[in-house]
Structure formats: C-alpha cells, structure tokens
Design a protein around this ligand. Structure first.
Ligand code: ADP
Ligand code: MG
Length: 326
C-alpha cells in the first residue's frame, strides 16, 4: 500500500514547482499577506514557504497530512460551488509520501507555536511546542528521495528553479495585494514584491519595465457565459521571441493550449513574425464548468463552452489592440 501511495503522490507532484503551487495556494487560502519562499537546488533538496496566515490549530496538526484531510470542504454540495483553490485535501498528504515534511505553525489564539514532522501521511514523532510567529512555515526536504524513477527523469536544479520563478512570479502578479519573496538558501533575494502592490508594478518588478510600460488593462463581463475576464496585455509596440502567457482560471495558474493559440493568432497580425506578446489573463468561470481540480496531474485545464469563451477573449484583445493602434 505504501508503494501505491508513493506512486500516486509522485504523479500529483511531478516537480518541485507543482508542490510549491499547492503550498502557495494553501497560504493564500489562509489569508496570508506575506509569503517568503526559500529554495535549495531548484527545490529538490529544500523548499520552504513561510506565511503570516491563520496558522493551523495544534489539534489539527496531527491529521493535516492524512489524505482527504481538508478544512475547506464541509459538505458534498460544496464540490459544485467550490471557491477556494484546493478541495482535495491531498497536497500535504502527497508531499509527505515523497519528501521529508515539517510544519511549524501558530494561530493568533495559541500561546506558542508547534512543530511537527511527517512521513507517509503520519506524524513521525509527537509534535513539539516551540517559539514561532503567527502563521505557517512548511519545509519540504529531499523531494522524491524515495521515488527513483522521478529523480532520474528530472531536469537540472537550474531548470527546476526556472519553473519555481514562473510560479512565484505568476502568483505574485495575480495576488498583488500579497507580498512575495523568493530566494535561494543563503543567497540574496531573487524576487520581492511589496504588500499591497499593483499588477503592473509587480510585472515591472518581475519582468522589467520594457514590458510594464507597454501594458494595457483589459476587462470583460459576459453574464450569459458566466465568465469575467481581466488582465494586462502588451500593446503592439512590444514583442519578444518567446513571449509570456500567465493564465489564471478561478485564481489557479493553469495552462490552456487553446487559449494560448487564440491569443497568438490575434497578435500574429500585429507583431513581427515569430514574436510574441506578454499576456496576463485572469479568467473567472462558473466553477461547475471548469475541471481545474478534477485530476491534479492535468496541468492543462478543461472547461465547458470553450469555443464561445475563447471567441470572447479574442475579440476583447483584438478590440484593445485596434484601439491603441489607431
Ligand atoms: P486542501 O488545501 O485541499 O484543503 P491540503 O493538503 O493542501 O488540502 O491542506 C490540508 C489542510 O491543511 C488545509 O485544508 C488547511 O486546513 C491546512 N493548511 C495547509 N497549509 C496551510 C497554511 N499555510 N495555513 C493554514 N492552514 C494550512
Ligand atoms: Mg491545498
């Protein structure tokens, strides 16, 4: 059974940035306003996230890494109207099956913090009271230490770190009210956004002024399709050989090849050949129409009314580009 759990966990968490995404979403769910991430070897040796959120009560700490333990799903009905990011209660459990996981946490009401280490979903030893700030610090060490196949298939720490930067940068832009810090252990900070910043300011900090100064905001409401869209896109003065597409659906960073293609097709009439724009989109859809969470290995998101929704996104971007180009 242990092997099965481990294989399942290794499928949910395919690389350090997948684990980090889950941990960031947990911190955001816990209403953190400041999140500090520290990494060693692209997150393969060490990945730590410190937040100033609600913390975890000591009585919950014991079971927090068991599968399907979640404080976010009260009833089955909630499944249909889920609004928080996670509802599976599987992230911490999965990570604890393929890494050494330690949680240090304190709620505002508690007199002291508690520290607990986990292995295979269970507490490794009784938790210990200790000193600590309000909030939660989660440390993931030696990710995939027991998943030999996964370790082999992984790329370099440098490449893993690039993925981590993308995830942290994306969430920092999308959650500009929250301060994000990313650094390599014992080194200077690589990325830092202030608390209560703005989307454009954070794009400037993370991607540079060449992009930030060409940004235009877009917004669209389509009640009949139960969609709303907001975002920032570069105008036709900016182009880059690789380009950037940051897509959030219901506040979760996802990939959609079909949206990417649609956006590219609009820009291709304006930009030089083989060059791309910077596009950040936050799409909100009726949660019942999205299967972001159905299977965590699906990075590629699926949603209903895709054709109609993509048409709306296209014309919204097209209109904006036309209006700035005339
Ligand atoms: P889910 O997010 O789907 O509930 P997780 O495995 O990601 O499942 O987390 C399990 C539970 O642990 C959460 O429901 C929450 O109660 C608690 N938790 C995890 N991370 C944090 C955090 N950073 N701050 C407060 N509570 C947390
Ligand atoms: Mg979660």
């Amino acid at each position: 059974e242990e092997v099965v759990n481990r294989i399942a966990a290794g499928e949910i968490v395919q690389r350090p940035s997948n684990a980090l995404k889950e941990l960031i979403e947990n911190s955001l769910d816990a209403k953190a306003t400041n999140i500090v991430i520290t990494v060693k070897a692209g997150g393969l040796k060490y990945l730590q996230i410190q937040d100033n959120g609600t913390g975890i009560r000591s009585e919950d700490l014991e079971i927090v890494c068991e599968r399907f333990t979640t404080s976010k799903l009260r009833e089955y009905e909630d499944l249909k109207e889920i609004c928080t990011y996670g509802f599976r209660g599987e992230a911490l459990a999965s990570i604890s099956h393929i890494a050494h996981l330690t949680i240090l946490t304190k709620t505002a009401a508690a007199k002291c913090a508690y520290k607990a280490s986990y292995e295979n979903g269970k507490l490794k030893a009784p938790m210990k009271p200790c000193a600590g700030n309000n909030g939660t610090q989660i440390t993931v060490e030696d990710l995939f230490y027991n998943v030999i196949a996964r370790k082999k298939s992984l790329r370099s720490p440098t490449e893993e770190y690039t993925h981590i930067m993308e995830v942290v940068g994306g969430y920092a832009i999308h959650n500009s009210h929250v301060g994000f810090t990313l650094k390599k252990f014992g080194e200077n900070t690589d990325l830092k956004t202030p608390v209560n910043s703005s989307v454009i300011e954070n794009v400037r900090i993370i991607y540079g002024n060449a992009i930030a100064r060409e940004l235009m905001e877009i917004e669209l409401q389509e009640p009949t399709l139960k969609m709303s869209l907001r975002g920032c896109i570069t105008n036709v003065n900016y182009s880059h050989k690789k380009g950037t597409m940051l897509l959030f659906i219901n506040h979760r960073l996802v990939d959609s090849l079909s949206i990417k293609k649609a956006v590219d097709s609009i820009y291709s009439t304006y930009l030089p050949k083989n060059s791309h724009a910077f596009v950040y989109l936050s799409l909100e859809l009726d949660p019942r129409n999205v299967d972001v969470n159905v299977h965590p290995t699906k990075h590629e998101v699926q949603f209903l009314y895709e054709e109609q929704i993509i048409e709306k996104i296209k014309s919204c971007i097209e209109n904006k580009l036309l209006s700035c180009n005339s």
